[in-house]
Design a protein around this ligand. Structure first.
Ligand code: ADP
Ligand code: MG
Length: 386
């Protein structure tokens, strides 16, 4: 789950990361008061959306007088940005941050994420932070330092020493830099983050190190114990289809291909997508109906998949382990009768009572193509797309 910049900043501030003062406004009538209480004549106005790249998209602007700041904030409330992080529908800002303008001497990047390859958490840092960080990572990997750390131990002292050297921080700056890195890793672990980053962390012209941006996304599986962060869930920042899936208790991740996938379990979803790719197709989504798929869930799943105009065929690949294939067959039949999809559907069932389940589908008058195994299913669905 993603959060807003201001929410991430509030968390980081509690852990001791230096964050400049800010105000959040949600409607025009709050703007003048917010500027007055900040007490500055030069401020940066920033849209609050669940996407990065705001600066490049015109969502971060500096105002050099109170009236200019006010005008900027007005123009940014309700502003929509479209970039590679938002998808083609874009994303709307319902909240805007007003924060003092900082004179920047240098921008750094520092963040924590899960390093899946090495199965541990990592701190990633660069002395070349800012809005071009992706380009730096691609073209100058030597400018990026990765420090793996144990969730229970955090960064070791020798790693902190390496970090401050790499960033070029000396004396007092080295101390502050180490403190920030420790705070960041602790907050990341405590929040069950999958990403917590500060970009840019800056050296001001007054020689102070402070965080000008923050981004936190946390593992959905930890929401049950992250009650405070769970309250930050902002349905206005989530795509309509994802919202519906969320409400129905389904995991739905839209992708860019043409084969809609309905599966149960993330492992099976991965295998299904791999197999589709292997046979020359491309998945349009990842929809996991979970271990307890009911007729209602399967029906809602079909509706969500079919809302995507790119879907040219659907592959239902369900393993009846905890569930019975008869229940799944019942769900598929009922759902196809209700939703009446206009695209071909390929069904591959395996597991408990598979023979009965298949028989039920064959006997019903729904037009689905049955498949023998995963490879057969992938081939058939790709054929159906054509
Ligand atoms: P995004 O990463 O979404 O583009 P940022 O908050 O990082 O948004 O802002 C983009 C750039 O704007 C930063 O890299 C920084 O150069 C500048 N910026 C952001 N906040 C401030 C601020 N308070 N004062 C001065 N410059 C800022
Ligand atoms: Mg940024």
């Amino acid at each position: 789950m993603n959060t807003h910049e201001y929410q991430a900043k509030e968390i980081l501030r509690k852990y001791g990361v230096p964050i400049p003062d800010f105000r959040i406004v949600r409607n025009e009538s709050e703007i003048a008061e917010a500027i007055a209480s900040l007490g500055v004549d030069e401020a940066v106005v920033k849209i609050q959306v669940h996407a990065g790249g705001r600066g490049k998209a015109g969502g971060v602007k500096i105002g050099s007088s109170r009236s200019q700041i006010e005008a900027l904030a007005k123009s940014m409330l309700g502003m929509k940005i479209v970039n590679n992080q938002t998808g083609p529908d874009g994303i709307i800002a319902n909240e805007v941050m007003i924060t003092p303008a900082i004179s920047i001497a240098k921008e750094y990047y520092i963040g924590c994420t899960i390093d899946r390859k090495n199965a541990c958490a990592s701190l990633i840092a660069s002395p070349e932070g800012g809005v071009e960080i992706e380009e730096v990572a691609a073209k100058h990997p030597e400018q990026i330092l990765t420090l793996p750390f144990d969730l229970h131990v955090g960064l070791r002292n020798f790693q902190l020493v390496r970090l401050v050297k790499f960033m070029g921080w000396e004396k007092e700056h080295a101390k502050v830099g180490m403190k920030i890195a420790k705070a960041l890793t602790k907050a990341f672990v405590d929040c069950d983050g999958d990403l917590l980053e500060i970009n840019p962390l800056v050296m001001t012209k007054e020689n102070e190190i402070i965080a000008l941006d923050a981004k936190l996304s946390i593992d959905d599986n930890a929401l049950y114990r992250q009650k405070e962060i769970a309250q930050f869930y902002d349905p206005t920042q989530v795509k309509e289809s994802e919202l519906r899936a969320h409400e129905a208790g389904l995991v739905y991740i839209p992708l860019v291909g043409t084969v809609g996938c309905m599966v149960n379990g993330a492992g099976l979803a991965m295998a299904t997508m791999d197999m589709i790719n292997h046979h020359g197709g491309s998945p349009a989504n990842f929809l996991d109906v979970g271990g307890s798929a009911t007729v209602e869930k399967v029906t809602e799943g079909f509706k969500i998949i079919l809302d995507d105009p790119n879907v040219k065929a659907i592959l239902v690949n369900i393993f009846g382990g905890i569930m019975d294939c008869k229940t799944i067959a019942e769900g598929v039949i009922a759902a196809t009768k209700e939703v009446k999809p206009e695209v071909p559907i390929v069904v591959r069932l395996e597991g408990t009572n598979v023979a009965e389940g298949k028989k039920m589908i064959q006997k019903s008058d729904v037009a689905v193509i049955t498949a023998e195994d995963l490879s057969d299913a992938a081939k058939k669905v790709i054929e159906a797309v054509k």
